[in-house]
Design a protein around this ligand. Structure first.
Ligand SMILES: Cc1cc2nc3c(=O)[nH]c(=O)nc-3n(C[C@H](O)[C@H](O)[C@H](O)COP(=O)(O)OP(=O)(O)OC[C@H]3O[C@@H](n4cnc5c(N)ncnc54)[C@H](O)[C@@H]3O)c2cc1C
Length: 386
């Protein structure tokens, strides 16, 4: 097993590293402060082909895979997590469900614009009364036989990329009936932005990810053609479990990037900042902190690359994805806390990237399955849950 990058992936890594350094780093702080979506940066990411990384060239993609996506996410998140999550959600939650489960017509209709970044897709699973318990969906979709349309009613919350000027669609999960055993039949349905009855609330006021778009969505008798069903009727639950398994690999790469960014900033600062007549980095206490941070970022990287390698070769990867997500998000929070400490009072000032990283780290233990949910998945894979 070799976790080093091929020449092509190393080239991609360097390109995104340069972009994050030259384009994202100088601008993102202001967007973050203004809680503003960074359209110009996202447009540039689209031009670079980042939104098409794991998709086939016939749809305008780059013909890569989840390893390539993870490399790009890690490099972006080393500098900023808002732009990284915009890419992650756009690819893993917005476009991937259509690529994996869409009809040829749906792929043709949506993928080229999603791959180019002209539009963003979103995935609406979480509801006000249920996130971890994703099967507790209350949103309903009824097939109207007279018009051959789905009629959707309900509310989704915390949905990334769902209310930008370039949001093209939201795929929502909804109860479309009952199974013979009485359990809800859950299906996934594509709702184009701007469909009458589909309302997007104002952006949330968040602790972090302040340049990323997160909204509550409501659906009041929203009508879309029956052909907007994504995948098989009643397979929505198992489809989104697959989407979330893959998404965890991507989030793990993003968390690794944040953890590594904390190391980068801390090494720089420990050399520059003087106290008691010498750089603070001359103290073993600081050196050991940073050494531990580097160790954690390194093991997080090995974990997400291992899960990604299994995913792309078609091996089972559920447990490895959960391990990588659990470990990398824990590491990201640890490293953000230590990096802030190393920066002293400046670490608490928003103009320093580590302050942003500290605020952005916590959500990594919550989104796309909390740390408790990852532990439940790992325990299940170990045969501990009947
Ligand atoms: C910024 C942001 C962006 C998001 N983007 C999206 C998106 O694009 N699409 C989308 O669908 N969702 C999105 N989410 C939702 C996110 O995935 C959920 O918030 C997350 O899954 C947790 O669900 P919850 O908030 O309902 O918490 P709950 O499920 O209510 O959990 C509350 C606490 O209880 C714990 N808990 C629950 N059940 C158990 C159990 N059985 N054993 C032990 N502990 C348990 C949880 O781990 C957690 O600590 C986003 C959230 C945020 C904050």
């Amino acid at each position: 097993m070799d976790h080093r990058l091929s020449p092509e992936l190393e080239e991609l890594r360097r390109t995104v590293e340069q972009f994050a350094h030259d384009v994202v780093a100088p601008k993102i702080g202001d967007f973050y402060e203004r809680h503003e979506f960074p359209y110009e940066i996202v447009r540039e990411m689209g031009r670079m082909g980042l939104f098409g990384l794991p998709f086939p060239e016939e749809y305008g993609g780059m013909g890569g895979d989840y390893l390539a996506l993870g490399i790009a996410l890690e490099e972006l998140a080393r500098v900023d997590s808002s732009v990284a999550i915009t890419l992650e959600a756009g690819v893993s939650l917005g476009a991937m469900p259509i690529h994996l489960f869409g009809t040829p017509e749906q792929k043709q209709q949506w993928l080229p614009r999603l791959c180019s970044g002209e539009i963003l897709g979103a995935f609406g699973l979480t509801e006000p009364d249920g996130g971890s318990d994703a099967g507790a969906t209350r949103t309903t979709a009824r097939l109207d036989p007279d018009t051959d349309e789905w009629v959707i009613n309900g509310t989704k919350c915390f949905i990334t990329n769902s209310g930008t000027d370039i949001t093209g669609l939201v795929t929502v999960t909804a109860v479309t009936g009952r199974k013979p055993d009485g359990r809800p039949e859950i299906s996934a349905i594509i709702v184009p932005a701007g469909t009458p009855g589909f309302t997007v609330a104002a952006p949330y006021s968040k602790v972090g990810w302040n340049a990323s778009d997160t909204r509550e969505l409501s659906f009041a008798d929203v009508r879309v053609p029956a052909a907007n069903l994504l995948g098989e009727r009643g397979r929505g639950y198992s489809q989104f479990l697959r989407i979330l398994d893959e998404g965890r690999v991507a989030i793990a790469a993003l968390a690794t990037g944040l953890a590594q960014g904390c190391v980068d900033e801390s090494v720089k600062y420990a050399k520059e900042r003087h106290a008691f007549g010498r750089p603070i980095g001359a103290n073993q206490a600081i050196q050991f902190k940073i050494a531990d941070m580097e160790m954690k970022a390194h093991t997080a990287r090995l974990a997400w690359r291992d899960a990604a390698s299994r995913l792309v070769t078609g091996e089972p990867f559920k447990k490895e994805a959960a391990l990588a997500k659990l470990h990398s998000s824990t590491v990201a929070v640890d490293n953000a806390r230590e990096a802030t400490q190393i920066h002293g009072g400046y670490g608490f000032m928003n103009e320093y990237p580590v302050a942003r990283m500290w605020r952005d780290s916590k959500i990594l233990e919550i989104g796309e399955g909390t740390s408790e949910v990852q532990r439940m998945l790992i325990a299940r894979e170990l045969g501990l849950v009947s």
